[in-house]
Design a protein around this ligand. Sequence first.
Ligand SMILES: Nc1ncnc2c1ncn2[C@@H]1O[C@H](COP(=O)(O)OP(=O)(O)OP(=O)(O)O)[C@@H](O)[C@H]1O
Length: 344
Amino acid sequence: MSIEISGVNKNFGDFVALEGIDLSIPTGQLTALLGPSGGGKSTLLRIIAGLEDADSGRVEIEGVDATRLPAQKRNVGFVFQHYAAFKHMTVARNIAFGLEIRKRPKAEIAAKVDEMLELVHLGQFRDRLPSQLSGGQRQRMALARALAIEPTVLLLDEPFGALDAKVRKELRDWLRRLHDEVHVTTVFVTHDQEEALEVADSIVVINDGRIEQVGSPDELYDSPATDFVLSFLGPVTQLGGLQLRPHDIDVALEPLPGAVPGRISRSTRIGFEVRLEVTPTEGQQPPVQVTVTRAEARGLHLQHGDEVWLTPTAGAQAIRPANAPASTLDGAATHGYSVTHVSG
Ligand SMILES: Nc1ncnc2c1ncn2[C@@H]1O[C@H](COP(=O)(O)OP(=O)(O)OP(=O)(O)O)[C@@H](O)[C@H]1O
């Protein structure tokens, strides 16, 4: 394990920012700290970096007790949402900076800067000033500067948070590819579940200063340990006592055995998908949220007011959070596990 955090607590005055954090972050992986604003993600990242001291607990980086080590002795690379570049220095000098203060030989610095510029695809901008770069290019420069010192761990605090949606998406794909090339142990903070699910090898969900769950994107998405993780990772809806993701529901225009009958009470098109709200016509069940592709909606001529029959998609995951009340989730609590495979 590359980073071992044990028993970390942090208060700001009376406010408990982190409570009893135990976490192992594996070497060479891309790990996301995911959670809502104010949950404690940045505080934990800053404690790993040495920019903040824990009140109690221990931080180990690659077998070395780093708890009392100052930030500059931890060999971590850090990138913030708003990168503080040296405005008067060129891109190349900004990247060289960390090596210059470490008094590396000139030839080594020059070679490293070239390597980094190529890695982040900024070769043609080497002589520009940071103000002459786009926001996305500036964040790539920030990553190059952080990586130039060959850090043991790379820590990123919402690195793409200030960029528009399209650039964010491009940079997150780029970060994934970059990490596949460089393999440096990377921890990044995000409140965007899509970003974490798409990019990370492993996700740590943090809420209210505590870890809710640690797992791969698939484990978290399909087997959420708590109601919080379940709803934070994406929408969920209830169909005949099962909790399902809205895209795991099939819509038919005729009755099927076991299907839940309902009427389309709302239909909203968002890009290539159509979100339906179907109000069950039997029993006192709450409206069911269903997501279909635009092609499916067109093929079935789905309209507001239509009568439809809903079934879980063949092979869909019926999600049962482990702590859900047994009454609504037939028997889940006694098994203590959280996923059932529903066969068609
Ligand atoms: N220096 C500080 N003094 C007092 N309170 C602080 C300080 N730093 C953080 N906090 C509080 O600790 C809590 C956790 O903050 P933190 O920045 O770790 O959350 P976060 O999960 O990263 O949220 P965000 O995504 O909004 O940055 C917040 O309620 C914040 O107000």
